[in-house]
Design a binder for this molecule. Structure first.
Ligand SMILES: Nc1nc2c(c(=O)[nH]1)N[C@H]1C(S)=C(S)[C@@H](COP(=O)(O)OP(=O)(O)OC[C@H]3O[C@@H](n4cnc5c(=O)[nH]c(N)nc54)[C@H](O)[C@@H]3O)O[C@H]1N2
Ligand SMILES: Nc1nc2c(c(=O)[nH]1)N[C@H]1C(S)=C(S)[C@@H](COP(=O)(O)OP(=O)(O)OC[C@H]3O[C@@H](n4cnc5c(=O)[nH]c(N)nc54)[C@H](O)[C@@H]3O)O[C@H]1N2
Ligand code: SF4
Ligand SMILES: [Mo]
Length: 775
């Protein structure tokens, strides 16, 4: 068996920062959250800058929160505080005044920087100027923008085939930048456009496009206020979509029942103290969840099937009282096949697989039987499993039985991650572009875009690993740390002739690089972007399909930063010379021209420039809301799914990787996860107390986590055991520290999304530590 090469540093530092344990919180947010937000913002910039930044955050005509994609209220926005603790942390992290200039790179070798942990890498500051790492060099050195673009152009023009280049996008990129970026790659000749969505909601986009005709959710915020039941699966909104709690609170006050499905009793699902309301300030809390189902990791498909089986039983007893037959007959296809297949399952078996008692499942089925305004919300706890697409099919089956799509108070709510991840896909960041988009590009610009599908994230990594792709260009993000199989991906990046990152902050992907490497520092969401005296703005689409303008307000930390759209234009001009049919100068001068072109090419952007200037923006069309199904048969489709259970061996555990309350993906804001009672340490593993005893371990002991897959041993060294309320044989760790354990071959069927929440692992005593290290 092959032994793994040493890991790309810092994933396994040999010392701990000093874990302190507290009780998990019962209530999220509250005044404490406001205090923490203030500490983050004012700790990293002067008061005046911080006030300015917070004052314009999520305000109509202000800038869009760079953190998650949860929507802003259409109407009643607070004029002082339309954001949450984690939005403020994201702003603090981006708008910090500390910056890293050439002397920082001259003093530190790349190898030394790679030894820092992610928290310290991010805290080093905003990158102030373009930097270049020549082949064989040990230090990044300054480079002019012109020379940087010439270097990239010469590599791109030297490739034998455009498909040897990879163009990654992370979901913070604006519509304007994303549109011209994908246009550039198409004129260059490739659809190799992997994006963070491939690791995020790809399973959702695949499933929903197939059964409902559009890969996006159907609900609007207003639906939360009209719903009778809101089911939340595989999502931790208190940390990752904090203002969703406000919507849940309002929905519940209007009579909705909330059902939460999660292996962990996440604080934000249990209770909420709204710091923007008098009651919250006074410490008055609202309970959020009515029924909590502590499902086993990846038990959701079995659970939904069990609920459907009980609903069917009730419907058969009292025909016409549970299912919406008018809806089913008029709008759906595949009902009879679905019914005959679901009957094959035994309730007892399904209950055993999901780990929920039949009584509790019955409680939920009884609730759903009587209601028809049902919203189903989900996130990474559903999408990052091998059978994720099937689970989402099944969630939609449930909604179709109840006629709960395309009417007020009901529908699908896949909660998106990055603030513009949905918009990037809308404007063409997709390795499998729709023919309609390609036809329109051909019509508007007159060149033939490539029709062959490109590479997604997993296939891009494989192509670089195998030497089939040689140039990697990252528009934002942290490809090395966000992707699975860290060592394999590191090898893939090191194989490239050139790796380029357009970034605001330093990250590990700059430090594990190709033969040559470039860092191109860009403006962030909060930064003012002025060309020829005109302040430019960009726009983003949130999780509910609203497109809004985002206009930065802060003076950039350096005069050497360029905006993402300008970077794309200069890249295109350097690469094509006078070969291009596109007027890149025009785009660069004023982003209105980019929006004019988006309007011509992408459906739903009529009068883009006018509508985006209206306070609050505009909704993109979404057929599911009007019960218009853009599927092959023009129907909403039931999908028959199979429950395939892969049993674990006695010594195996199923690991999910989750976010702490102090991080945004690979950016680590702090070392605490206070809602879960974890302080000052990230390298912990949450375990059921009975599994700790069964494995012969102790609480506080340091272990190594490992697995064997496709002939390799993968190891994440040095994790402290924490006893936690989590189902048997399930464990949780923080992402990205354990990405090293996710085999590149472990993906969701059909969507090819890394299955980073069903990682089969084993534990063994650490060779580095033999003392319990809990404080
Ligand atoms: N502050 C902050 N906000 C963020 C982010 C961030 O890192 N920090 N990231 C952004 C991004 S890109 C995204 S995609 C979203 C992610 O938002 P989430 O999806 O909420 O993020 P995770 O931490 O991955 O949490 C997944 C949740 O699913 C549960 N879970 C895991 N496995 C299963 C399972 O098999 N079944 C069920 N039912 N539950 C399961 C976990 O216990 C956890 O509560 O957040 C966005 N917002
Ligand atoms: N094991 C495991 N792996 C996961 C996940 C998981 O739950 N578990 N989640 C997956 C998910 S849902 C996602 S979305 C991906 C995230 O994957 P990515 O989007 O690639 O990662 P981020 O950590 O969000 O990227 C952070 C970097 O973006 C840069 N940046 C920040 N703002 C800007 C900007 O405005 N412009 C530019 N150009 N750069 C900017 C900064 O340099 C920062 O270091 O990770 C995935 N990986
Ligand atoms: S809920 Fe999301 S978008 Fe809204 S302020 Fe918080 S982090 Fe930002
Ligand atoms: Mo995400």
């Amino acid at each position: 068996m092959n032994k793994e090469p040493e890991q790309p540093a810092a994933q396994n530092p040999e010392k701990f920062s000093g874990l302190k344990l507290g009780e998990p919180y019962k209530v999220a947010a509250g005044v404490h959250a406001v205090v923490v937000a203030g500490e983050h913002v004012f700790g990293q910039m002067p008061i005046s800058r911080g006030m300015k930044a917070l004052f314009k955050l999520n305000q109509k005509l202000g800038y869009d929160c760079p953190s998650c994609a949860w929507p802003d209220p259409d109407d009643d926005r607070s004029s002082i505080a339309e954001y949450c603790e984690n939005g403020a942390k994201a702003v603090a992290d981006e708008a910090m005044t500390k910056s890293i200039k050439p002397p920082f790179f001259a003093e530190n070798t790349v190898a030394d920087l790679a030894k820092l942990d992610d928290y310290h890498i991010s805290k080093s500051g905003r990158i102030a100027q373009p930097m270049y790492l020549p082949e064989g060099a040990t230090h990044y050195q300054p480079i002019s923008w012109d020379d940087a673009f010439k270097t990239i152009a010469s590599h791109l023009n030297g490739l034998q085939n455009p498909n040897e280049a990879i163009f990654y996008t992370s979901g913070r990129t604006s519509n304007e930048a994303a549109y011209i970026y994908q246009l550039f790659t198409k004129e260059y000749g490739t659809n190799n456009l992997p994006d963070c969505s491939n690791m995020c909601h790809e399973s959702t986009s695949f499933a929903l496009a197939k059964n409902l005709g559009i890969g996006k959710g159907s609900v609007k915020l207003q639906d939360f206020y009209e719903a009778e039941v809101i089911v939340i699966l595989g999502q931790n909104p208190g940390t990752n979509h904090p203002r969703m709690l406000t919507a849940l609170q309002k929905g519940r006050a209007n009579g909705a029942k909330i059902v939460s499905v999660n292996p962990l009793h996440e604080t934000g699902l249990l209770g909420f103290s709204n710091p923007q309301k008098f009651q919250g300030v006074m410490g008055i809390n609202t309970r959020l969840t009515d029924i909590f189902l502590q499902v086993k990791v990846n038990g959701d498909l079995a659970l939904i099937k069990a609920i459907e089986l009980l609903l069917l039983e009730e419907e058969e007893k009292k025909p016409g009282t549970v299912f919406d037959h008018d809806f089913i007959t008029e709008h759906t296809s595949g009902y009879l096949e679905f019914i005959s297949q679901i009957k094959k399952y035994e309730l007892e078996y399904l209950a055993e697989v999901c780990g929920i008692s039949i009584d509790q499942i019955r409680e939920v089925a009884d609730l759903l039987a009587k209601k028809s305004k049902i919203i189903v919300c989900w996130a990474m706890g559903i999408t990052q499993h091998k059978n994720a697409v099937d689970t989402i099919y099944e969630l939609v089956n449930l909604l179709l039985l109840k006629g709960s799509i395309g009417k007020p108070g009901a529908g699908t709510c896949p909660t998106r991650g990055h603030s513009n991840v949905q918009g990037d896909r809308t404007v063409g960041i997709f390795d499998k572009p729709h023919e309609a988009l390609l036809d329109q590009i051909k019509k508007v610009y007159g060149f033939e875009p490539p029709r062959e599908h490109g590479l997604d994230v997993v296939n891009s990594i494989k192509a670089m690993y195998e030497g089939k792709a040689k140039v990697f260009f990252g528009m934002g993000g942290n490809f090395l740390s966000a992707t699975p199989d860290t060592n394999y991906t590191a090898e893939a990046l090191r194989n490239c002739d050139l790796t380029v990152h357009v970034s605001t902050k330093l990250n590990r992907s700059h430090l594990v690089h190709g033969k040559e490497a470039l860092i191109l520092p860009c403006l962030g969401r909060t930064d003012l972007d002025i060309h020829d005296g005109i302040t430019q703005f960009v726009s983003c689409e949130n999780s509910m399909g609203v497109v809004q303008m985002s206009k930065g307000v802060l003076k950039p930390v350096s005069d050497h930063l360029l905006s993402e759209p300008v970077i794309v234009c200069r890249l295109a001009k350097a690469t094509f010379g006078n070969r291009s049919v596109i007027d890149w100068d025009k785009f660069e001068k004023n982003y209105d021209y980019i929006r004019d072109d988006i309007e011509k090419v992408v459906n739903g952007f009529e009068q883009y420039n006018q509508k985006v200037r209206v306070k609050g923006g505009f909704y993109l069309p979404n057929g599911t809301r009007e019960r218009k199904w853009d599927t092959l048969n023009s129907k909403a489709n039931f999908n028959v799914t199979e429950l395939v259970v892969e049993p674990l061996a006695e010594d195996e555990l199923l690991m999910m990787s989750v976010r702490s309350h102090d991080q945004f993906n690979t950016t680590i804001y702090g070392m605490d996860d206070r809602y879960r009672g974890i302080f000052n340490e990230r390298r912990v593993i949450f375990m059921n107390p009975a599994d700790i005893i069964k494995g012969g371990f102790e609480i506080g002991e340091v272990i190594d986590i490992y697995n064997n897959s496709d002939g390799r041993e993968r190891v994440a060294k040095g994790f402290i055991i924490v006893s936690y309320d989590i189902p048997r044989q399930c464990v949780a760790t923080y992402y990205p520290e354990t990405n090293v354990l996710v085999p590149i071959s472990s993906v969701a069927d059909k969507s090819n999304q890394p299955a980073s929440k069903s990682v089969v692992v084993k534990l063994r005593k650490s060779r580095l530590f033999n003392q319990p290290v809990t404080a």
